[in-house]
Design a protein around this ligand. Structure first.
Ligand code: BGC
Length: 746
């Protein structure tokens, strides 16, 4: 291709307008006259979904490795593993002739009910942002572009194409945009996909503040913005706001509108040129490699999918160390529940991968431990319903075995793009199976296949062990067996809180909204930020996950006890494996502010590291924090603010299992100067050196003396400055307020 500016100069207005939408559902327009090729975009995110027939939206896709979904991968808390998996997905994309992979999905889990939560990482923007950045790096290292989606505030499927998300700016900056900001700044994705919904009244596909001011001007994004498939509402407004490519295509009506808008002067042609430049820059980037795509080693990718799946599993409960199972002691095992034979390993919708193969736990068990006698019973109906006959047969098998492993979860179709769940319940047949089996078999293990939290009340107390396998991809069955038998020591930790019940969840009263609007009334108090601040006991907290070994946390060392706003702080400790097995621990760092002028979460995740330790081994863990890690966003200042004062640095094994802590003092605030204006209280003015001086200058001397003699709790000191004249019984006229503000500014 020629230099991009040169190409744009040679294109006709019609060619440029046409290039701004796709040629087909999955391809951009080519301009053969100028040697501009077309490129292919495909889903994403946990494997490639390359439709066999490109011109059809619903065409079946070619086989690809189905890796664990983002909800599962996030439980690994392992940047390197995510990078590796994404690299494999990128390699498969490249080999299939795909140039842009439509992932990662990074939306925050505002409520456990969002149908697409399985496609997203976490309720925490730092964890999600770190892992998504690793994903982008992995995909793009293969020469394929990543596409971070869905920008922004797409946190439900109900009315997703029209709903207006009402979110205040602080909440956006700290939660819903923070994750995108981290990925954009850290990994420089080549494209971003806007969402379907409106944000504060404006469709995100034509939201200039979002797509241009925040994304490009503030965060420095240099890539292309593509619409979600069908998200365009007003194409010309979208272009002006910063939306480059409309998908799917073709969209001749919108191309004609663009031409018309330029001709009538409604749209500056330079705006169109910039969009075309961005599209062509991406085309050039993804078609520049002369090397042919290396062939994909399908078996190696399956092995990676298995290793990844095992690393994602979270051991929620393990009373009496029932797990790992020991073939010498547990000579017969009953594998119960249809999901043992047909695993649930991904969700529904556009992310659905056509796997290269599927390994069930039942099949894997026969290979892994042939010496153990295995019986299998379906236990419940295909759709999860209670079936008395199947149930009775399963219970009898459980009674006669040394151990029962019950496979339950959310059946196919419950978790999907396009709609939300109605509740957090497991199917009745699954619950009945667990309860009846637990009644006859004290050594019962529950294996859960779900991409979002489920309620466990009524059975979790009755079983000694629960393994969250999640939606762990095509090798999930083999990985479950690896963990059950202790060939892999579980090291996953929850990337989202498991609440006791739906009514307890932070967005319960504000989801899914009404009258076309959804108000994010819980503000920044999402996930553990809510549970820990409100002191609501969850079922399993954020960051929780057990191991077959134990870890000891050494004391915390801070590189300094005080820091200024421009200094950084090193936090270090030693973690030791105090058990008998090799294992990995996810060490989590949270910051707790002791003071703030605004309501803040009692703790927020600001660092994590996963360390592998042999029995008895110790390793140092080190984090670096800056004042930004202590800050909140203040929309009035348009800045991140941290007040001077004390901040606790908490390090532990979950958000509710803090093992060690230390305190640092921020000696000088970050953008924290006291704001003084006519609405500030007289007390604030009097206690601020410059404010007091300004008042002294503005007020008659006797009036100032009288005011200064008042105690700070007095009625007069509590007044906003502008009310002082009104309540001075004629002693002060209104001009003193203006004079005080002017004196302060001077
Ligand atoms: C989804 C996107 C997906 C696109 C293309 C949309 O409905 O929201 O995540 O990438 O379709 O399949």
């Amino acid at each position: 291709m020629q230099p991009i500016r040169e190409l744009v100069r040679q294109m006709t207005l019609e060619e440029k307008a046409a290039l701004c939408s796709g040629a087909t559902a999955w391809r951009t327009q080519a301009v053969p006259r100028l040697g501009i090729p077309s490129i292919v975009l495909s889903d994403g995110p946990h494997g490639l979904r390359r439709p066999a027939r490109e011109d059809e939206l619903g065409s079946p896709s070619v086989p690809a490795t189905c890796f664990p979904t983002a909800s599962a991968m996030a439980c690994s808390w392992d940047r390197q593993l995510v990078r590796e998996v994404a690299q494999a997905i990128g390699a498969e994309a490249r080999a299939a002739g795909v140039h842009v992979l439509l992932g990662p999905g990074v939306n925050m889990k505002r409520t456990p009910l969002c149908g697409r939560n399985f496609e997203y990482f976490s309720e925490d923007p730092y964890l999600a942002g770190e892992l998504a950045a690793a994903y982008v790096e992995g995909v793009q290292s293969t020469g394929v572009g990543a596409c971070v989606k869905h920008f922004a505030a797409n946190n439900q499927e109900t009315d997703r194409m029209t709903v207006d998300a009402e979110v205040d700016e602080r909440t956006l900056r700290e939660i819903y945009l923070a994750v995108f900001e981290r990925v954009v700044r850290k990994a420089r994705p080549w494209s971003v996909m806007c969402s379907y919904n409106r944000l504060n009244g404006v469709y995100t596909s034509q939201h200039r503040w979002l797509l241009t001011e925040v994304l490009r001007e503030q965060w420095g994004f240099e890539g292309m913005v593509v619409s979600d498939w069908g998200a365009v509402d007003d194409r010309v407004a979208g272009l002006a706001a910063g939306l480059d490519l409309e998908m799917p295509g073709p969209s001749p009506a919108n191309a004609a509108r663009i031409v018309e808008a330029v001709r009538t002067g409604q749209l500056d042609e330079a705006v169109l040129d910039r969009a075309v430049e961005r599209i062509l820059t991406l085309v050039q980037k993804v078609t520049s490699s002369p090397a042919p795509a290396p062939p994909v080693d399908v078996d190696a990718h399956h092995r990676l999918a298995r290793r990844a799946a095992a690393a994602c599993m979270v051991l929620l409960k393990n009373d009496g160390q029932l797990l790992p199972l020991q073939p010498e002691r547990h000579r017969s095992v009953a594998l119960l529940g249809g999901m043992a034979a047909v695993p649930q390993f991904q969700g529904g919708g556009s992310s659905r991968v056509n796997p290269t193969r599927i390994e069930s736990a039942l099949e894997a068990w026969h290979h892994a431990a042939p010496e153990v006698a295995v019986t299998y019973h379906q236990g419940y109906g295909q759709d999860g319903r209670l079936d008395e006959q199947l149930l009775r047969a399963a219970v009898e098998a459980a009674r006669g075995a040394d151990v029962a492993v019950v496979f339950v979860g959310l059946p196919d179709g419950v978790e999907s793009e396009g709609y939300d769940r109605k509740d957090m319940a497991l199917p009745g047949g699954h619950v009945a199976l667990i309860r009846e089996v637990a009644r006859v078999q004290p050594r019962t293990v529950v294996v859960l296949h779900n991409g979002a939290p489920v309620e466990m009340a009524g059975w979790v107390e009755q079983v000694p062990a629960v393994l969250l396998a999640g939606l762990a991809g095509q090798a999930s069955g083999a990985a479950v067996v690896d963990v059950l038998l202790g060939r892999v020591n579980p090291s996953g930790k929850l990337a989202e809180t498991y609440p006791m019940r739906l009514e307890q969840t932070p967005a319960f009263l504000n989801f899914p909204g009404e009258g076309g609007r959804v108000r994010y009334g819980e503000r920044v108090f999402v996930g553990y930020r809510y549970y820990d601040t409100k002191d609501v006991e969850p079922l399993f907290p954020f960051g929780h996950g057990l191991s077959y070994t134990t870890f000891a946390y050494g004391p915390l060392t801070l590189s300094r006890s005080t820091m200024g706003p421009d200094e950084s702080l090193e936090v270090s400790l030693t973690v030791r494996n105090t058990g008998e097995r090799a294992g990995e621990e996810v060490v989590q760092l949270y910051v707790r502010p002791r003071q703030a002028r605004v309501a803040r979460p009692v703790k927020e995740l600001k660092g994590f590291d996963k360390v592998a330790l042999a029995p008895g081994e110790s390793k140092p863990v080190r984090f670096v924090l800056t004042a930004m890690d202590l800050a909140y966003y203040d929309p009035a200042r348009g800045a991140w603010v941290a007040e001077p004062g004390l901040y606790d640095i908490l390090v532990g094994a979950s958000s509710r299992d803090i093992r060690v802590q230390a305190t640092v003092e921020l000696t000088q605030g970050l953008n924290a100067e006291t704001r003084l204006d006519e609405e500030s209280a007289v007390r604030t003015w009097m206690q601020h050196p410059a404010g007091r001086a300004a008042l002294q200058q503005a007020l008659p001397p006797e009036a100032f003396a009288r005011l200064a003699a008042q105690p700070p709790t007095s009625f007069l000191w509590e007044l906003p400055l502008k009310k002082l004249p009104l309540l001075s019984q004629g002693a002060l006229d209104e001009s003193v307020v203006r004079r005080a503000v002017a004196a302060l500014r001077a």
